[in-house]
Design a protein around this ligand. Structure first.
Ligand code: PHE
Length: 451
């Protein structure tokens, strides 16, 4: 290796960086609208149960794989079992697909924040703003490039001086902003109706759809099945209690997702006079509906600034982890210096991200299996590659090297009281659920079933 592998300074450094990866657009943008249009309380309950029983085990497995082998995804599998080296290829590729288009969305956040900061928040509230902004040729590229350059500069400073330091700075601010904005939206008249919808589970609304969509959201939100936790695991010192660290990350991530739902859903509820249709906006909820909510409340522009700063921080700490997963692979396989790897990944991501961004406008004639470039990258990574990668990781752990290998790794520094449950989850519960998610999400993406 051409450069010393870095490490986090200790448990807090690991937890903040890993939580930084986990807490992202998935929590603040995706979770609230999923919770809103999938029955509210029942969705949140299902999600929490899945995190406790499945997400924790999977996240622990990936981290243990990294710490045990000291290798990033591409080599980690082969290091434990020579014949299984190929299993690392898919999870190692996922971040390279997600990073460019994730940064495009990061760029939209930059634009929105910029508008609020320059007192132009009013432009965001027209119905057509979002659509015409993302399909214009240049303006989304500026935000995207800015977002990406910041990501890349932080990563170029390395594990402790770059990633850990940035997470130590941004994560506490993010938590404070989240709590502040949530308290604010709760004071709006009528907000309690929204809260009731969010937190009182209505069991008649439960369906397999609830289960599967909560499951795939959980993967995305905990940054699983894409080599990130493996990479961060290699930076975790052996004396850090891995099980409690991972539990803290999972709790952190889930708490922020629920807080985000508290920030977004009651506001929209109040704004729309309790009409659940308004919550069915899907992806547009954050970029289309929320600015209108902010415009309708006193001091809304200021809340808009706080909100988009927090979204920006959440997105940045996630894109950092995506980039780091790729950088660590390059440093390991190609013996490349961190700096050189950063330059190469930057050129690649700027090129691919620009294509994804232009795919909404000038390049919208390009269709891949019926998808725009952006949607294709999203579909290929989230609906196909991630579930397959997760399945591979489960099979590898359960049936090839046996869960005991990782149980031993965890036990280096903790008693690991839940090891029996861990084995059962990794052998049976997780693979079955993942397989079902894979089948339904591919069918859904191809329009064979509708969600
Ligand atoms: N977990 C992040 C989120 O919730 C998203 C993410 C996906 C981060 C992939 C890194 C990698 O938004």
């Amino acid at each position: 290796m051409s450069e010393e592998k870095g490490s986090f300074s200790g448990k807090v450094g690991f937890v903040l960086a890993a939580a930084g990866s986990a807490v992202g657009l998935g929590n603040i943008w995706r979770f609230p609208y999923l919770a809103a249009n999938q029955g509210g309380g029942i969705y949140i309950l299902t999600y929490v149960i899945l995190v406790v029983f499945v997400g924790f085990a999977l996240s622990l497995t990936e981290t243990a794989l990294g710490r045990r082998t000291g290798k990033s995804t591409l080599k980690a599998f082969g290091a434990l079992d020579r014949k299984s080296g190929w299993m690392g290829v898919l999870p190692a590729l996922v971040p390279a697909i997600i990073l460019p288009y994730y940064s495009v969305v990061g760029g939209w956040v930059v634009k929105y924040l910029g508008s609020y900061l320059t007192f132009n928040g009013a432009e965001l509230i027209s119905d057509s703003f979002f659509g015409s902004f993302i399909s214009s040729p240049y303006s989304p590229l500026i935000g995207f490039a800015l977002f990406f350059v910041v990501t890349s500069v932080i990563v170029s400073f390395g594990v402790q001086k770059g990633i850990e330091k940035a997470s130590r700075f941004m994560m506490p601010i993010l938590v404070v902003l989240c709590i502040g904005v949530a308290i604010y939206t709760l004071t709006l008249p009528g907000a309690m109706e929204g809260m009731k919808y969010l937190f009182v589970p209505n069991f008649s609304q439960f369906s397999f759809k609830t289960l599967f969509s909560a499951m795939s959201q959980m993967f995305y939100s905990l940054s699983l099945a894409m080599g990130i936790m493996v990479t961060y695991g290699t930076y975790m010192k052996k004396d850090v209690k891995m099980d409690t660290a991972i539990a803290q990350v999972a709790v952190f991530d889930t708490a922020i997702a629920i807080l985000a739902a508290v920030m977004v859903v009651p506001g929209v509820f109040v704004f729309s006079g309790g009409n659940p249709e308004a919550l069915n906006k899907g992806a547009g909820l954050m970029f289309v509906t929320l600015p209108k909510v902010f415009a309708s409340i006193p001091g809304g522009d200021f809340v808009g600034i706080l909100f988009f700063v927090l979204v920006l921080f959440a997105a940045l700490t996630s894109s950092i982890s995506l980039m780091e997963a790729i950088i660590s692979e390059l440093m390991e396989i190609k013996q490349m210096s961190r700096r050189k790897a950063c330059v190469i990944v930057s050129i690649y991501s700027l090129a691919l991200g620009s294509l994804a961004s232009l795919g909404f406008g000038p390049l919208s004639f390009i269709k891949l299996v019926g998808f725009t470039i952006f949607d294709f990258m999203d579909f290929a990574s989230n609906n196909v590659m991630m579930p397959v990668a997760a399945l591979i990781i489960c099979i590898f752990t359960a049936w090839i090297i046996k869960p005991e290998t990782f149980i031993d790794e965890v036990k280096l520094s903790s008693t690991f009281k839940v090891q029996k449950i861990y084995s059962v989850v990794i052998k049976y519960v997780a693979p079955v659920l993942i397989l079902l998610v894979l089948i339904t999400s591919v069918m859904e993406g191809l329009g064979l079933i509708s969600y």
